[in-house]
Write a protein that binds this ligand. Structure first.
Ligand code: 5AD
Ligand code: SF4
Length: 459
């Protein structure tokens, strides 16, 4: 098999970790001599990078794999593979439901995929599965995809050691493994050489990070990234509320590049449900974090993840979530209807009397979405008429000459401008707001609004 002639398409589902794995795999494939197909149609090999966090995501990927496998009838030697979280816990199911499937590779086998594709062509082997390696090979991430981009997502850990009762991730991605400090900094250096200005540190529970080879912790890592001259903004996702140290809270004050925008997965506003979920935090801890951050920056953006309809969630429990949601005024939130996941601690209870009817889940979901629309609109209104420093990320899907970028509060801003501005900072005067975006026009200069980007080459 000549890999140079084979074109590989990767379709990605789920979270940013999967997006980043896809990006890393593209680099590995190119290094191994494959070509990358950017859109469906002329590929020889298709890989589905799957998500298992909710059933709907799995069903979507299964349906897609079934449709793609039909291409085998007209395209000799067409190969279909499944990677990502489903490949870790659904191997037998996948091979049974999709008999034509060529191979399966769990997240820890990312670096083995180019060889797996090669093998699938040798003797036209079918239904191949790589045995899961004991650990993740972080060096996969040290070569960023050679394409300039304003924002780089940098994985700092894999897996999770928590035992939240609803979550399948510890089953699919395994035990928490922290990436060596130097490997992270190497990727940061690589990214800034490609023009990156903003670094987002990525992990299942980023604030439990510690270097496997030294005593350095997450705040030491934030400080090291802050010290990289060409980095202008830093964010992280996702932290766990239970592991917020005062050292981390104070980092928002001391580290000028650390953006005042925190994603804080709360999951529920009821201490009873939080305990059932084995979340290891309480409502009081959430308030402590929120209030501390708002003392540092009154405008700090605070977003969250919430699950509605968790088994046994009573109306009173839900009303506690409503109250927390309304009182904190999250400016962004991902609201999920509880989805039973095999192998999780709570899944069997969904089948018992504890399960919440779909209609109730839907109503609770809608109730929170309505509050969110009000809170995010109110939050965004404060920027009306103001000048904001925007890091421009790309073209907006709004027609010709429309760009988008973000302010330090992680709010998306749309405005007119040439493509040559992508990956630079511009001052934008906000003249329109909605619940999800801000719009405006580029002006000469906002003045010194925020210390973190005062020294950047603007424009
Ligand atoms: N059902 C619904 N939502 C879930 N999440 C995790 N597991 C489930 C589940 N079984 C949500 C949590 C988590 C986010 C990534 O997905 O809110 O923070
Ligand atoms: Fe990402 Fe979680 Fe989905 Fe795996 S299960 S892809 S870690 S969101």
């Amino acid at each position: 098999m000549d890999p140079v002639k084979k074109k590989v398409l990767i379709k990605t589902y789920g979270c940013q970790m999967n997006e980043r794995d896809t990006e890393a795999l593209k680099v590995l494939l190119v290094e191994a001599g494959f070509m990358i197909a950017e859109k469906e149609g002329d590929e020889d090999v298709v890989l589905l990078n799957t998500c298992s966090v909710r059933e709907a995501a799995e069903l979507k990927a299964l349906g897609k794999a079934g449709r793609l496998l039909k291409k085998k009838k007209t395209h000799a030697n067409y190969k279909v593979g499944v990677m990502g979280c489903m490949a870790a816990h659904k191997k037998e199911v996948l091979f049974k439901k999709l008999p034509g499937l060529d191979f399966i590779a769990p997240p820890k086998a990312l670096h083995l995929i180019p060889e797996l594709i090669r093998q699938s062509y040798v003797g036209n082997a079918n239904q191949m599965a790589v045995p899961e390696p004991a650990s993740f090979n972080f060096s996969c991430y040290e070569h960023t995809y050679p394409k300039p981009k304003a924002v780089a997502w940098i994985p700092i850990q894999q897996g999770c050691n928590m035992a939240c009762s609803y979550c399948i991730v510890p089953r699919t991605r395994g035990e928490q493994q922290n990436r060596p400090f130097n490997s992270i900094l190497k990727e940061v250096q690589e990214a800034v050489q490609w023009g990156t200005k903003e670094i987002i540190l990525l992990g299942q529970i980023v604030n439990t990070y510690h270097d496997p080879d030294s005593k350095k912790n997450f705040v030491d890592l934030l400080e090291a990234v802050q010290n990289v001259e060409a980095v202008k903004r830093i964010r992280f996702i996702s932290p766990h509320p239970a592991f917020f140290s005062s050292q981390l809270m104070q980092a928002f004050k001391h580290l000028s590049k650390l953006c005042p925008a925190l994603h804080l997965p709360v999951q529920s506003g009821s201490d009873r449900i939080l305990k059932e979920m084995r979340r290891a935090h309480t409502k009081a801890k959430i308030w402590e974090i929120v209030e501390t951050l708002r003392t540092i920056d009154a405008r700090a953006s605070i977003s969250t993840d919430i699950i509605v309809g968790y088994p046994g969630e009573s109306e009173e429990d839900f009303q506690e979530t409503v109250a927390l949601f309304r009182d904190i005024k999250f400016d962004m939130a991902y609201i999920f209807k509880y989805s039973p996941r095999p192998l999780t601690w709570v899944a069997p209870q969904e089948q018992s009397l504890m399960g919440i009817p779909e209609k109730v889940k839907e109503d609770r979901n809608q109730c929170l979405l309505n509050i969110l629309t009000q809170c995010s609109t109110e939050y965004n209104r404060q920027f009306m008429g103001e000048c904001q420093e925007i890091l421009i990320e790309g073209k907006a899907h709004r027609g010709e000459h429309q760009l988008f970028g973000k302010n330090i509060y992680n709010k998306k801003v749309i405005f007119a401008g040439p493509e040559s501005w992508i990956n630079t900072f511009k001052s934008v005067q906000i003249n329109k707001i909605t619940a999800s975006t801000l719009e405006g026009k580029v002006v000469e200069d906002c003045g010194a609004l925020w210390d973190g980007i005062n020294n950047s080459e603007q424009g």
